[in-house]
Write a protein that binds this ligand. Structure first.
Ligand SMILES: Cc1cc2nc3c(=O)[nH]c(=O)nc-3n(C[C@H](O)[C@H](O)[C@H](O)COP(=O)(O)O)c2cc1C
Length: 236
């Protein structure tokens, strides 16, 4: 058995370290760069959402991990809603505030989605661009290919969420404390997805059992500077 070091705070050790932020090194970008020629899709802005009016008490009480759904496609508004409420930006000044909390507002995540059934969207892999509330089309890829990386768990989902961390965004300020903080933050992302789904009649299920190398390779991330830390399925 390990010593559960990851679970322990290293805050006292951090006090003795000089962070890159303290050294005034340029801060890492809040969103991963992308090919400016790539296809971008505008999502529905949150001011125009017409869904999600159920009371918090009802949503929180009803929440469950939902693994079974229909073959109905999600609407484009539903997908826009889920992306905004899991990582959308509410305030663009510094610090930038989003719909989820994050230690020191570092927001170390990128959101990738594999679309299987969403009205108006081609199947394939996309990345959410929170700064402009858009989707970046990455590649066609098949749903079956991705779920292989979920170790055979296949819930007939309309959309799969895969959250990667770019650890340096957190380490820039929190060095040795950053891994613990990233994992705590990942829980916030997925809890928002659970509650957002519940509020619009969809179902989410967090997926912690996955093949690290396989999903990282599918997303074309290097497992060092960027790596998947958590996933979730969404059913209608
Ligand atoms: C971090 C985390 C990882 C999980 N991983 C999986 C998974 O890989 N497969 C799965 O079927 N459910 C997974 N779940 C769902 C849990 O099994 C579920 O939350 C638990 O059984 C309690 O049920 P409830 O969410 O309906 O309350 C995960 C949940 C969490 C929070």
């Amino acid at each position: 058995m390990g010593d559960y070091d990851l679970l322990k705070t290293k805050w006292k050790k951090l006090k003795g370290q000089v962070t890159d932020q303290a050294k005034k090194i340029e801060r890492p970008p809040l969103q991963k760069e992308y090919n400016q020629e790539a296809k971008l899709i505008d999502l529905i802005p949150h001011e125009q959402f017409t869904i999600g009016q159920i009371s918090f008490a009802k949503i929180a009480y009803q929440r469950r991990s939902r693994r079974k759904g229909s073959s109905q496609p999600l609407t484009f508004e539903e997908l826009s809603f889920l992306l905004f409420f899991t990582n959308g930006v509410k305030r663009f000044d510094r610090p930038m505030f989003r719909t989820v909390p994050s230690a020191g507002a570092r927001h170390a995540f990128e959101t990738y989605i594999q679309v299987e059934r969403v009205k108006g969207l081609d199947k394939g892999l996309y990345r959410y661009l929170p700064l402009s509330h858009q989707l970046l089309f990455l590649k066609e890829g098949s749903y079956g290919e991705v779920v292989t990386g979920f170790l055979g768990q296949n819930f007939n989902a309309g959309v799969l969420f895969m959250w990667t961390a770019i650890p340096y965004r957190m380490a820039y300020r929190y060095k040795c404390e950053s891994e613990k903080l990233i994992l705590i933050d990942a829980g916030h992302l997925c809890q928002n997805l659970y509650l957002a789904c519940e509020s619009i009649g969809l179902g989410a299920c967090g997926i912690g059992a996955y093949d690290q190398e396989y999903i990282d390779a599918y997303l074309e991330v290097d497992s060092i500077e960027e790596l998947v830390v958590y996933n979730a399925t969404v059913v209608k």
